[in-house]
Design a protein around this ligand. Sequence first.
Ligand code: NAD
Length: 370
Amino acid sequence: MNVMDEVDVAEKVGGISIFEQTSKMGHEQIVFCQDNATGLKAIIGVHNTVLGPALGGTRFWNYATEEEAIVDVLRLSRGMTYKAAVSGLNLGGGKAVIIGDVTKLKNEAFLRRFGKFVNSLGGRYITAEDMNMKTSDMEYIGMETKHVTGLPVEIGGSGDPSPVTAYGVYMGMKAAAKKAYGTDSLNGKKISVQGVGQVGMYLINYLVKEGAEISITDINTERLAKVSADTGATIVGMNEIYDLDVDIYAPCAMGATLNDDTIGRLKANVIAGAANNQLEDEARHGQMLVDAGMIYAPDFVINAGGIINISGELAGAYNKEQAYSWTEKIYDTTQNIFALADEKGIPTQDAAMKLAEKRIEDIGRVKLSM
Ligand code: NAD
């Protein structure tokens, strides 16, 4: 018999105490979901629901260890809290990870079983796409729960969030360029883009239109060749990207590319990209960027276009124009963060986190009033 197995776990997994971690990081609830019939193993992380229900995508990944999956869901769900708060949304932060080989496991029953688990949280957690999950997968999940977003446009959803995310990154990059160069024009700027996936590709289109000179890299050589042929961007090596003589570096692939090995090699004055968790160590590497004189546009601020887009879907009838106009505000938010960082003499990452925490605290107090 398969039983819905949702437990707040207090035991040690892979040497880390779950409660130690969640208490340090401020999570409200971690839900372990498992179903033998479909092979589903998932973890839902609800980080903070002060501003609203915890929204965040589901990542399907073949994690090497359970510990890796837990660490990922804890970090990602916390990141969503900050992203929603700093973007002025009335949403909390959450995320889900599904463990296993997507090519072997994903099917209708599997996705609907996951949808049932999402539904059992009664709306405290709302899911969406993330790595290896598509809008069509959301449709299956949506057969078992209404707490799902990122549904296809044809059925009233907001569809693929990547184009809006790219627009927000573009806005954040312009705000950072203004801070570094006194003008937000990217005409003639040399920009390196790491990862030409969904967001990277749309971002490059904006940059090329403005007359920027683009260098690109990706592990997917086929995609790389296509984007180069379509946009005129120059292909560079995977490792070479860190040593290029460019004005702006845009990480749009994986996280933690700003670390002890790379920061000393980068020549860019501005770092602005879509990837989540770009700083390997938030405090140390945030400060290293300041010391190196680089302007860092915090990732969770400028890649919020996707969640802003989804918030439009949650609000009722989705309106694309409105989603873009809300996303455009990332320019102002990024500027406010730079101003706060200057005023307090702190890294931009810390300033962005402070701004988010202040909003959660202020609005949390408002909610308590009669
Ligand atoms: P994607 O999977 O479409 O693209 C990622 C690209 O990076 C792929 O082409 C992949 O081949 C490439 N890549 C992977 N490892 C690489 C490496 N070591 N070096 C160079 N390239 C590498 O993903 P996406 O939707 O474009 O998202 C890009 C990043 O932005 C991710 O970190 C994602 O979490 C983040 N993000 C995306 C959205 C969104 O709306 N899609 C929203 C917020 C944040």
